[in-house]
Design a protein around this ligand. Sequence first.
Ligand SMILES: Cc1ncc(COP(=O)(O)O)c(C=O)c1O
Length: 358
Amino acid sequence: MEAAVALTGDARGRAASQPGDGGEKTPPERKVYMDYNATTPLEPEVIQVVTEAMREAWGNPSSPYPAAVTFVPVSKVSGQVEVEDILAAVRPATCLVTVMLANNETGVIMPIAEISQRIKALNRKRAASGLPVILVHTDAAQALGKRRVDVEALGVDFLTIVGHKFYGPRIGALYVRGLGELTPLYPMLFGGGQERNFRPGTENTPMIAGLGKAAELVTKNWEAYEAHMRDVRDYLEERLLAEFDKQRIHLNSRFPGTERLPNTCNFSIRGPQLQGRVLLAQCRTLLASVGAACHSDQVDRPSPVLLSCGIPFDVARNALRLSVGRSTTRAEVDLVVQDLKQAVARLEGPPGARGASS
Ligand SMILES: Cc1ncc(COP(=O)(O)O)c(C=O)c1O
């Protein structure tokens, strides 16, 4: 049998008889709750937070529209997020701005140092009004190992690194400025006390050592890596423009005045039969992709990244992302360009057949 009991604040959690007081002063109507294993009352601070969440965070977190987050578009002129747009999107409750350092498809470098500086200046004004400090995070997964990455110059509070993007093992790390003192960090997983309680689980020592070695190599050699990759990538773009009719090649990641990664070449060969995936499937030498591997489920749609940068639909649909590495050579570029030429010829057939399927 079950009983429902409504308890007043007085009755909850208060011992009506103290040890040694004989119990004689206890008013007969008082109740003593000793069923804390069944449930516990809410602490006043908890009630406050719940009330605030009911008032402020009433949106459905699974709904498709972004309530709890504001997404800021990139400029169709520069391919970059605009600093002014970030600042305009800041709201009183904003506590984090996160922007990738280099885009994984175009290689475009985002103005992180300027964003950090402007947010710091804004934080000084917000502190006077009692508003929360805004922290800045950047995902440097694509930039590290390809160009100089300096947390001091970037001025960020958090920076993500991903080992397998810079010839290291498939683990990552998060840089936190002044961990726990200047910058708060909360664990997402709970259990053992490893890594100062931030991440439970036995440390994967060999992988951590490998990540350290990969980072050391980058610190020592990044200038040479960058120069080599830039040389080979620029040669690739030169050869593409020379071997195909210039009008047919669209270099999707060249935005005037915008810096980009030294190793990334995103381009399209115009033509109704030359969709990126179709063309890659015809290649016999080239192994590359049409965009981010983590979005490879979106098979037939052109890259949203390219579309948001202003690349026309028909061009974006044909896009290929070629990214060169430390050991890619000019001779390999020559092979790839010939491979592409032959693949295009096979797809288009003899000149008279061109556009037949459009
Ligand atoms: C910018 C960026 N961040 C993060 C990742 C995620 O890396 P992973 O899921 O492979 O650890 C990638 C992978 O391509 C990336 O390009």
